[in-house]
Design a protein around this ligand. Structure first.
Ligand code: NAD
Length: 261
């Protein structure tokens, strides 16, 4: 438990499932007042986490939801911009509609949340904004152009907020590798269809891409998010933290032994 988080008002976007749910739950366990902004109610209902229906790509939804939080709780201390969607296509195939949709949620949604939360975070003089970016903020999977672009751009937004609002707001991008969530299941099904055995095989294959040889769990991202929001991370801003089991550092090919070299 981190005493410094007790009573803090936290907004997590996309908190109804997956990584967002784990982050909302982790902040709640630290004694925070947690709001979940999502387009869908959670199936796994958490009675102490306050659900607000909010499409983060809609400016009016975001501005009114943030105003409601401030009216109800009096402040905003921490925002986790986590809502994200993914659809597979190369740049030559992606439709403008699909592009706008992905950029609209992943990037514009994070921008809108930042824009409307920043005045409130500044008032606290020690606000924190976290962005769930991705290993795909610096690496690129084939046929994922809009998603990759949105996640690369999120690093720019996270850094800009850090530079523009230091020392009163810290801003950090979290870069998960492959984490077992409903989104990952969807990605696996896009590749191998719905056969559960094939889906399991695909997920294990993705896990073995990292030196840890497994997928991450949502709570392993949540634990880092919580730490980043504490005073123990008080000098961390304008950067990104990889939570990827070593995936982004790994060349999955051993060097030849010295006799062969
Ligand atoms: N799972 C992974 O392996 C992985 C890896 C790297 C990054 N990420 C990122 O982590 C974040 C969470 O991913 P996840 O795997 O938990 O996904 P998920 O699909 O399981 O959950 C995403 C949540 O976002 C919500 N959401 C979607 N559109 C929204 C909108 N317009 N407004 C508000 N909420 C909306 C969904 O309803 C859902 O509850 C995403 O930004 C994703 O890109 C995930």
């Amino acid at each position: 438990m981190y005493d410094c988080l007790k009573g803090k008002v936290v907004i997590v976007t996309g908190g109804s499932q997956g990584i967002g749910w784990a982050i909302a739950d982790a902040f709640h366990r630290e004694g925070c007042i947690v709001y979940n902004f999502d387009i869908r109610k959670p199936e796994n209902v958490h009675h102490d986490i306050i659900y607000m229906e909010c499409d983060v790509s809609s400016e009016s939804n975001v501005s009114s939801s943030i105003a409601k939080v401030v009216k109800r709780s009096g402040a905003i201390n921490i925002v986790v911009n986590n809502a994200g969607i993914e659809k597979y296509n190369a740049a030559g195939e992606v439709s403008s509609k699909e592009w706008d949709e992905i950029i609209g949620v992943n990037l514009k949604g994070s921008f809108l949340m930042s824009k409307y939360a920043i005045p409130h975070l500044l008032r606290t003089k020690e606000g924190v904004i976290l962005y769930t970016a991705s290993v795909q903020s610096s690496m690129v999977q084939k046929r994922d152009a809009a998603y990759v672009t949105s996640k690369h751009a999120l690093l720019g937004l996270a850094r800009s907020v850090a530079i523009d609002y230091a020392p009163h707001i810290r801003s950090v991008a979290l870069c998960p590798g492959t984490i077992l969530t409903p989104l990952q299941l969807w990605c696996a099904r896009q590749e191998v269809g719905n056969d559960p055995e094939k889906v399991d095989q695909k997920l294990s294959e993705w896990g073995r891409l990292s030196p840890m040889e497994r997928q991450g769990r949502p709570e392993e991202v949540a634990n880092v998010a919580v730490f980043m929001a504490t005073s123990y991370a008080s000098y961390v801003t304008g950067t990104c933290i990889y939570i990827d089991g070593g995936l982004s550092s790994f060349i999955p090919e051993s060097a030849p032994d010295s006799e062969q070299a």
